[in-house]
Design a protein around this ligand. Structure first.
Ligand SMILES: Nc1nc2c(ncn2[C@@H]2O[C@H](COP(=O)(O)OP(=O)(O)OP(=O)(O)O)[C@@H](O)[C@H]2O)c(=O)[nH]1
Ligand SMILES: [Mg+2]
Length: 443
């Protein structure tokens, strides 16, 4: 059966694949080798598939709030014409945090730009500015945060010949730039820009340290794995200092104050790699979602056409002795998934961290053992050695008389991997399957 790229894409998106498949024998899709050989079904952005908003990878910019400026002000009263300085300090800018929340399942709520609030400016009468509010963004458990370091500008090259003079020029330019930037760190009293001499003013140590931190950022790589875990992704800028801070024996009435510093700015990459004890792997239509809904509290969509499940579902299995297991159901895999056929294999990241893999195979199909080999091959092509994780095979649809039993008996004789026949639809032999899975997880 040949399915053109457009037909399948639009059919999946609009749900028409059900009609299309019913007319063409949809059950053959997962096992028909011509399907895998000829179909070139690509999804440029699987996240947008079907209008769903499940997102497991994104890039965003985190920007800490700007610190408020310090204030230049002097005490004034009816009897005091030139009182002492009393400008308040600026408030610190807010920081951007990521926090794990178990109720989140996708990165779809994370905005492209995460910006915290700025600090308030200082005011006269020693009134300090308010601190900017932090921005806390909720992310699902299993989110990995990495920083993307922008490309550095090329280092200037100095020719061998005029080496010393070129070096001198460069140092002079650096000093000029430093003076200019130092000027820009201060606010002046009105019409005092020319009169203020900032050459001898020393910057506070914490400002220098913060500036150094801004210019030499530590790269970020955090794995958020526990509920409530927080990660600081962009620090808010420091608030500026009011003019009383600059009083010295030689300068009793400073007419300048320090500006607030900008917050950290980072481009970060968020990747969600779901954390579940068990990952379900299988061809489309094998009954993965039916199995998950039979054993757990999850209710994924179940339908008799391939690629019903388009994003991972996590279910929790409760045992009588309060033991709990989490199981991840992911979209079906087909041979060639590593070449982006079907839904591709990018969603395999959601079972990459599972300790145990459970293959759900439709035992009523032709040569189900070939399905297992194809799945293992795809797993290894995604991540070498992934298929050697502890695993077992659930031979589903054992209720289909005749073919299922013949296949199962033949298969059992030729394999060493544990095979458990079940009927997920009719809830048969489910307990045996869950206990076998638990044993594997316990090991
Ligand atoms: N007869 C029988 N049918 C089953 C059994 N388990 C699942 N089915 C049917 O198989 C079809 C596909 O089931 P799903 O659970 O959606 O399959 P899936 O593996 O999640 O499929 P995708 O999400 O598309 O990868 C549905 O019509 C189910 O009713 C079973 O044990 N016996
Ligand atoms: Mg499914």
């Amino acid at each position: 059966m040949y399915l053109s790229r457009l037909t399948v894409q639009s059919a999946i998106r609009t749900g028409y694949i059900r009609l299309y498949s019913q007319a063409n024998g949809y059950n053959d899709i997962s096992t028909d080798s011509s399907y895998t050989a000829t179909a070139d079904v690509r999804h440029p952005n699987k996240n947008k598939l079907g209008g769903r908003n499940f997102i497991d990878y994104m890039r965003c910019t985190a920007i800490g709030g700007v610190g408020g400026n310090g204030c230049v002000s002097f005490f004034r009263d009816t009897m005091v014409a030139n009182g002492p300085p009393n400008g308040g300090n600026g408030g610190n800018g807010g920081s951007v945090w990521l926090e794990v929340d178990d109720n989140e399942t996708s990165l779809s709520c994370v905005k492209r730009q995460l910006k915290a609030r700025s600090g308030g400016n200082g005011q006269g009468k020693s009134m300090h500015g308010a601190g900017g509010k932090d921005l806390t963004v909720k992310v699902p458990k299993g989110t990995i945060v990495r920083e993307i370091i922008p490309e550095q500008p090329p280092i200037s090259r100095v020719s061998e010949k005029g080496f010393l003079s070129a070096l001198e020029n460069e140092i002079e330019r650096d000093q000029r730039e430093y003076r200019q930037t130092k000027e820009s760190w201060f606010v002046h009293y009105p019409q005092w820009e020319q009169r203020n001499d900032l050459s001898k003013v020393r910057l506070p140590q914490e400002f220098k340290a913060f500036k150094w931190e801004l210019e030499h950022p530590q790269s970020l790589h955090i794995d958020l794995t526990k509920h409530g875990q927080r990660a600081l992704v962009a620090r808010g800028g420091l608030g500026g200092l009011g003019n009383p801070h600059f009083i010295s024996p030689t300068e009793r009435q400073p007419h300048y104050a320090l500006r607030g510093l900008p917050g950290q700015r980072r481009i970060i990459e968020l990747e969600l790699k779901t954390i579940a004890d068990v990952g379900l792997v299988g061809m489309p239509n094998a009954g993965k979602s039916t199995f998950l809904s039979a054993v757990s509290n999850a209710h994924p969509k179940i339908a008799p056409y391939p690629f019903t499940t388009l994003n991972p579902y996590i279910g929790t299995v409760d045992f009588r002795d309060t033991f709990q297991l989490t199981i991840a159901d992911i979209p079906g895999l087909i041979p060639g998934a590593h070449r982006n056929i079907g839904l591709g294999h990018s969603f395999l990241r959601h079972i990459e961290r599972s300790r145990v893999l459970v293959y759900i195979i439709d035992v009523s199909g032709d040569a189900p053992w070939n399905d297992l080999l194809a799945l293992q091959q795809e797993l290894d092509l995604y991540h070498k050695g992934l298929s050697s994780r502890p695993s077992l095979v659930i031979a589903n649809k054992a209720d289909i008389a005749g073919q299922a039993r013949r296949n199962f008996e033949q298969w059992q004789q030729q394999t060493s991997i544990p095979l458990i026949p079940i009927s997920a639809k009719f809830r048969k032999n489910i307990l045996k399957a869950t206990h076998a899975i638990r044993q594997l997880v316990d090991q």
